[in-house]
Design a protein around this ligand. Structure first.
Ligand SMILES: *Cc1c(COP(=O)(O)O)cnc(C)c1O
Length: 440
């Protein structure tokens, strides 16, 4: 570690539990970044088409998706009052327009996991049914809700390791299709999330250990059972592509608001990061669509900055936050991951603009700020996005980044999106607790 600290001085600050801001030295132009990349826009479009095929089925099983014809999508909301408060209270000097992408309110799972997690289950379902000749591309997929299909899928098991939200999306969707479902929950998982899953008939296995252990065990148990499919959050390309579809849908939402993204109107996006799949997939999609005009930043807790650690050192999944003496413990359960996805670190290396880390206490302040200004509730993990919004124009390193990218004089026309990754399913009594947590 001493050696690593000398080569990467930011590690010394991280090790002390200080908040840091990191600008990615390996970022290159979009065109350059796609050379040798294993995924492309075609893969994102394939995922988008699959979600369209499943829309009639989703609408049938989850009537709350009717208003969007079975697509699981969230609103994009202007939050000007939050912007004013951010500038006044935190001295942010934020210019441009501030929007909130409310994945916190996605149907079915109430978090960003309703994108990747649900998509992966649908893909697996289509694969199984097609292998058996029970389904073809031209069919109306609402037939999948029929008894014949439910009986067929009940022979199969789906398993996943989760800190909470991934388990909820996988669990609820798998149960709706008819699978046996086992969710392996790390110690960070909140009780109410386990209770909710059990109420859907999902088997929840609890661990005293962290996320990586829950995943490892889940993977092993699944591998022992030939009828079991393991959703591998650390390596899954399918999950990643499910998240990436968000970008294509965002284009239409920006157009509806009369927003154009181009060289004069850059887009800045701030996404809370755990193992990396959600922020990585969304950023990958955004880069395909907006190319060099979008600047993606991840945000992680000071005790669990696994993606930053992996990317800054180039060690990706070969290093964990415990290796530099951090605990991995955080109130942000959705981000409580000690070891990042090596796959995501590799794909993001030439694309990501940078990272911010944040103290737990601030997540609750940002949560209260948003509630007071915009009457929108987010879970603490999701509030990490605001750390990026708040710190962007206060940081010398970022000022340099803006200058190098010819952005300094464009900031008054910039568009900022805080990606709100979860919260709508948090029960009322827990919300009340959160409102009082870390109250100064
Ligand atoms: C899972 C999650 C994230 C991060 O996603 P990863 O794929 O783990 O990086 C962010 N916010 C919330 C609320 C989440 O549940």
């Amino acid at each position: 570690m001493k050696d690593l600290g000398e080569r990467f001085p930011i590690l010394n600050e991280m090790q002390k539990g200080e908040e840091v801001i990191w600008v990615n030295p390996d970022k290159v132009s979009f065109a350059e970044s796609m050379k040798g990349c294993e995924l492309s826009m075609m893969d994102v479009e394939d995922a988008e088409e699959r979600l369209k095929r499943f829309a009639p089925f989703i609408m049938r099983c989850f009537p709350e998706t009717k208003n969007r014809n079975g697509l699981i999508e969230s609103v994009l909301t202007d939050i000007p009052t939050m912007k004013d408060v951010i500038n006044r209270k935190y001295g942010s000097h934020l210019e441009g327009r501030l929007l909130l992408k409310q994945d916190s309110h996605l149907a079915i799972a109430g978090s960003v996991k309703a994108r990747g997690g649900i998509y992966e289950i649908l893909k697996h379902t289509e694969d199984l049914a097609m292998e058996q000749g029970m389904l073809s591309l031209e069919d109306d997929y609402s037939c999948l809700a029929e008894l014949k299909f439910r009986e067929f899928f009940s022979q199969y098991t789906v398993q996943v390791g989760s800190t909470g939200n991934l388990g909820m999306s996988i669990g609820i969707m798998s149960a709706a299709i008819g699978y046996q479902v086992i969710v392996h929950m790390s110690a960070d998982a909140k009780q109410w999330k386990k209770d909710l899953l059990r109420s859907h008939g999902v088997k929840v296995v609890e661990y005293d250990s962290d996320y990586s252990e829950a995943v490892k065990n889940g993977r092993r148990l699944s591998d022992e059972n030939p009828g079991s499919y393991f959703v591998d959050d650390e390596n899954s390309r399918t999950l990643f592509l499910g998240y990436a579809v968000a970008a294509k849908r965002l284009v239409g939402q920006l157009t509806e608001k009369g927003i154009t993204i181009d060289a004069e109107h850059p887009l800045f996006v701030y996404i809370p990061c755990g193992v990396g799949g959600a922020p990585g997939g969304i950023s990958f999609g955004l880069k395909q669509v907006f190319k060099d005009h979008v600047h993606c930043f991840f945000v992680e807790p000071i005790q669990a900055p696994c993606m930053l650690l992996g990317m800054a050192t180039g060690l990706n999944s070969k290093i964990s936050v415990q290796d530099i003496g951090l605990s991995g413990m955080t109130h942000a359960d959705g981000l409580a991951v000690g070891r990042p996805s090596g796959f995501v670190g590799g794909v993001m290396k030439p694309m990501l603009s940078g990272e911010f880390t944040v103290q737990d206490a601030k997540l609750y302040d940002y949560m209260r700020d948003l509630l007071e200004t915009e009457e929108i509730f987010l879970e603490p993990s999701a509030c990490a996005a605001f750390q990026g919004v708040i710190k962007l124009q206060q940081s010398e390193d970022i000022q340099r980044y803006l200058k190098e990218n010819d952005l300094t004089d464009k900031m008054q026309d910039a568009v900022h999106i805080a990606w709100a990754t979860g919260g709508s399913l948090v029960p009322e009594n827990i919300r009340e607790e959160y409102k009082k947590t870390y109250l100064a």
